[in-house]
Design a binder for this molecule. Structure first.
Ligand code: UDP
Ligand code: MG
Length: 342
């Protein structure tokens, strides 16, 4: 009788996988496992998720002891699994790898950074929103009190710019979100190499909602997104999702031609008046200005050609050296099969 109810509970509650990308996170990892483990335990206890639910850590080519720690936790807790990349492929690829490995065995996938900046207490709310019929649940920061003024301002300007460029983003949501199995499968159909997941998820559609949480300080260690990397990521977001910059160049070209027609008329008039030598300053200015505009325009076009270049090569987005997640499920399956045979 007891077995029957337990079986029923296992069958009816969804299997969740929490995917955590890790790059040199040895300082935070023990705390992350502790906090996420507790959240998982509570949810399993309430019957909100199945006991097969797992934490999946993706080691993105860390140079510190991150992988050794993940292995240690895998041995200590049966609900911890790991993926080891052959080298550093970046945050977005780590998330994608985690999702593509987890999707086979999971009904829902939650992605969260390793540094505990995103409040883990939003996870039960996300699961509740999933139970209420949402396929996509965005974690949205309701306060950026811990971010620097610079980061807050630039983020705001960036969301504004993206909106004007016609890119649909959920403001103040990063890569902390829940996706159902079918939403993940749909997302994995997007085969692009230039990954900007927070722009891709809204494209997938499905019923979605938001869960608000306060953004905290990094628990320990340093940001793995220094300014240069962040700018690169921001630019990637624009050029992967919008060709508005190319239209802008067109506008710039037309404006320059109109200005030059006016200047031509002015030049002719000046020549007739006999003031020809006075043109030195305007000549210098226009040479530099036009040269600059041309270089910028070329580089913008080059940016898109570069994107096409990386896409057509169809290189794999990541390579996995070791993976314990699927094995754990298959071993679990074998155990249950054996039990049935016994
Ligand atoms: N990360 C990663 N690969 C990288 C850089 C970062 O997997 O090349 C992970 C990192 O371990 C963390 C998450 O991505 O879990 C977000 O990085 P971080 O917290 O340093 O970024 P920030 O919050 O400062 O923007
Ligand atoms: Mg962080």
């Amino acid at each position: 009788m007891i077995n029957f109810t337990e079986d029923k509970k296992i069958n009816s509650s969804p299997c969740a996988t929490i995917v955590v990308p890790c790059y040199n996170e040895e300082e935070v990892l023990p705390e992350t496992v502790k906090e996420l483990g507790a959240i998982r335990q509570n949810l399993v206890g309430q019957g909100a998720i199945s006991p097969a639910s797992k934490l999946l850590f993706v080691n993105d080519g860390s140079r510190d002891k991150t992988w050794q720690l993940i292995q240690q936790f895998t041995r200590e807790y049966d609900y911890v699994a790991g993926i080891k990349f052959t080298r550093n492929y970046g945050h977005q690829n780590a998330l994608l790898a985690g999702m593509s490995v987890a999707v086979k065995h999971s009904d829902l996938i939650i992605t969260i950074d390793a540094d505990l900046q995103d409040d883990v207490n939003a996870i039960p709310k996300m699961v509740a929103a999933y139970q209420a019929g949402n396929d996509v649940v965005y974690g949205v920061r309701n306060s950026r009190a811990t971010d620097t003024v610079f980061k807050r301002r630039t983020a705001l300007a960036y969301y504004g710019l993206m909106k004007r460029l016609g890119v649909n983003l959920v403001p103040d949501s990063a890569d902390y979100r829940l996706l159902s199995k079918r939403a993940t499968e749909a997302l994995l159909q997007y085969r692009e190499r230039n990954l900007f997941l927070r722009g891709m998820v809204p494209l997938v559609g499905f019923k979605s909602t938001k869960v608000y949480y306060p953004r905290k300080e990094r628990f320990a260690g340093e940001s793995k997104y220094p300014l240069g990397k962040m700018l690169h990521f921001a630019l990637d977001g624009i050029t992967s999702f919008s060709i508005a910059p190319i239209h802008l160049i067109m506008g710039l070209g037309v404006t320059t031609v109109i200005i030059s027609i006016v200047l031509m008329i002015y030049t002719v008039v000046e020549k007739i008046r006999g003031n020809v030598v006075s043109g030195w300053s305007s000549l210098m200015v226009s040479i530099w200005l036009l040269g600059g505009i041309q270089l910028i325009s070329l580089s913008v076009i080059g940016e898109y050609v570069g994107k096409v270049f990386t896409e057509v090569k169809h290189r794999p987005r990541f390579n996995i050296e070791e993976e314990t997640y699927s094995r754990q499920f298959e071993e679990g399956d074998r155990d249950t099969q054996r039990e049935h045979l016994d």
